[in-house]
Design a protein around this ligand. Structure first.
Ligand code: SAM
Length: 190
């Protein structure tokens, strides 16, 4: 059941589709969603609908993992006609081996699941390191991006950027960790 703001946005889209300015609106790409998020502090649509939609023409395969069944079902329906997109439902720590088993080449991982608390829930402190270890131990030199690097505060059981860097670079010497644009990047050591 859409809430009031979502309902208004959908009604606005329906109205817009009937007008000549729709082409201009489409040309704006994801900017309306971006500004909705900035102004209201939360996304207008299920986050997977934004990110997967934005990336759908740029990757050969897209796998997205969502814990909340309802949030997984919406993008599943929306992207059902795209055979290269799969939405998994479950805890990423549990589902990750299934996703890794599908990979036959280096992949780009976007870790964006609120590793230290999501919607008020206490995060599992081992989840990030468990996922990093699974991905980095896989035979391909995957690249990992972790957004909101500023959340790595080093307080209340949360590691700091320096902790993650030292953990990754000591355990996986072929990798390097940097932060740019608030995104922690784990890449092949150059
Ligand atoms: C910021 S959204 C990211 C969505 C996705 N990166 C995108 O942009 O399409 C974070 C999502 O992670 C989900 N999440 C939280 N903990 C999770 C877990 N342990 N396993 C899988 N998903 C989880 C939340 O339900 C939420 O929908």
């Amino acid at each position: 059941m859409p809430n009031f703001a979502e309902g208004r946005l959908r009604a606005f889209r329906r109205l817009l589709k009937r007008t000549p300015v729709y082409g201009v609106y489409k040309a704006l790409g994801h900017h309306p969603d971006y500004w909705y998020w900035i102004l209201r502090g939360r996304p207008a649509r299920s986050p997977h609908l934004l990110m997967v939609a934005a990336m759908k023409g740029r990757f050969d395969q897209i796998y997205s993992i969502e814990y909340v069944a309802e949030l997984a079902n919406r993008p599943r329906k929306k992207f059902a006609r795209y055979p290269h997109i799969r939405i998994f439902c479950g805890d990423s720590r549990v589902v990750m081996p299934e996703v890794l088993a599908l990979l036959k080449n280096p992949a780009l991982f976007w870790l964006d699941a609120g590793y230290y608390g999501w919607v008020g829930k206490q995060g599992d402190e081992q989840r990030l390191s468990a996922e990093l270890e699974m991905i980095l131990s896989h035979p391909y030199p995957h690249i990992i991006l972790l957004d909101d690097a500023r959340g790595l505060t080093g307080q209340n059981g949360i590691p700091s950027v320096a902790d993650v860097k030292s953990y990754v670079e000591s355990k996986f010497p072929q990798r390097q960790v940097d932060v740019q644009f608030d995104i922690l990047r784990i890449t092949r050591r150059t």
